[in-house]
Write a protein that binds this ligand. Structure first.
Ligand SMILES: Cc1cc2ncn([C@H]3O[C@H](COP(=O)(O)O)[C@@H](O)[C@H]3O)c2cc1C
Ligand SMILES: O=C(O)c1cccnc1
Length: 351
């Protein structure tokens, strides 16, 4: 695929015909219509995407992208940059939260280093990178456009390798400092003050959060972001991250390949916002797992018209919130396919 396929190659439209059939079925099941709340709409949406009256999510896969961030030089995270690579080893040996969740859910987990500081091969981690981390965006663009596009293409390569043919894809990220990059991208795309979009990340105190917002404010000015002059790709390159670029590419590619994506927390949602700005037709393919504790997430969700399934004050990342929501998505499909209709069960309808 060529790099301009990001925008020109439309994602398939959901099938109206199957949506109507699934909605009919939902309304005939032995429960008051609407009593399963937002889960009913989810069953209908999945039916439309999978082009069937009875969708299923038996085969879910997980891809996690990791990258490091030059902006961590400025104390924007409660943890040191070195944790990103240390966690890559933890993913590979099965000790991270997402490793446990993937095992329990029997969902294959692929971990891809798209730009960490790791200098050697890590067994069990795919290496698909051009750069060892982004540059410090307080003084220069985090990436060149070419570097950002390479990382987006790494996201697409991962989807082609690990997700084509799946019923659903969960995407996760690891990258110390990436709540700063994500908040910077969101502030620029939504033209909102960083004060409203920054959060504690891994656990900053109030002073830390203020400092983080000041760093982002200055960077937006330096790079001329926040107006309409810069494209989403330029915004991503100026203040984003390599794993955020890979997530963006993976989201578009997954939707183009007819695989719905279960979106995780703040960082993956910001990548979803980039993906939707770059290729609006991918929006239909996105399902939102949860509302993160990270301050800016609600505003990003609103901008995406998202209706998240869970609100558990999670603030971990790694795709963990999406993995926790996967059983609900599976059960939504089981209810939709397995419940009896009023006629089948001889239950009286509304009087
Ligand atoms: C041990 C550890 C495991 C993690 N797993 C995900 N994150 C999460 O925290 C980071 C973002 O927060 P900030 O912007 O404050 O650095 C990302 O790596 C994210 O995935 C972790 C963070 C730590 C410390
Ligand atoms: O919501 C998230 O994705 C998140 C929040 C804090 C830290 N890492 C990830």
């Amino acid at each position: 695929m060529k790099s301009d396929d990001w925008t020109t190659l439309s994602c398939p439209l959901p099938s109206q015909e199957h949506a109507a059939a699934a909605e009919n079925r939902q309304n005939s099941l032995t429960k008051p219509p609407g009593s399963l709340g937002i889960l009913e709409r989810l069953a209908v949406r999945l039916a439309a995407l999978q082009e069937t009256e009875r969708p299923k999510v038996d085969d879910a896969r997980i891809i996690l992208f990791a990258g490091d961030h030059g902006i961590t030089l400025h104390g924007v995270s409660a943890y040191p940059s070195a944790v990103t690579v240390q966690m890559l080893h933890n993913f590979a040996t099965g000790g991270a939260a997402i490793s446990v969740l993937a095992r329990e859910l029997r969902a294959p987990l692929e971990v891809v280093d798209v730009g960490t500081l790791a200098t050697t091969e890590i067994p069990g981690v795919v290496r698909d990178k051009q750069c060892a981390g982004t540059r410090d965006f307080s003084t220069e663009p985090a990436m060149t456009i070419e570097e950002a596009q390479f990382a987006m293409a790494a996201g697409r390569r991962a989807v082609q390798r690990a997700a084509v043919g799946a019923d659903l894809l969960i995407l996760g990220e690891m990258g110390i400092g990436n709540t700063t990059s994500a908040a910077a991208v969101a502030s620029a795309l939504l033209s909102k003050s960083p004060d409203d979009l920054v959060g504690r990340g891994t656990g900053l105190d109030n002073k830390g959060v203020e400092h983080k917002a000041r760093m982002i404010n200055a960077a937006l000015k330096l790079h001329g972001l926040g107006g309409t002059e810069k494209s989403p790709l330029e915004t991503l390159a100026c203040v984003g991250g390599l794993e955020i670029a890979a997530l963006t590419g993976a989201i578009i590619s997954s939707a183009q390949s007819r695989v719905p994506v279960l979106i995780d927390g703040f960082i993956v949602s910001v990548a979803a916002l980039l993906a939707v700005r770059i290729n609006p037709s991918c929006k239909e393919w996105l399902v939102y797992s949860h509302r993160s504790y990270e301050q800016g997430h609600q505003q990003v969700l609103e901008a995406l018209d998202a209706e998240p399934l869970l609100d558990l004050k999670l603030r971990l990342g790694e795709g963990s919130g999406a993995a926790l929501a996967l059983p609900i998505v599976k059960l939504v499909c089981a209810l939709h396919a397995g419940m009896a209709t009023f006629d089948e069960a001889n239950v009286s309808g509304r009087g």
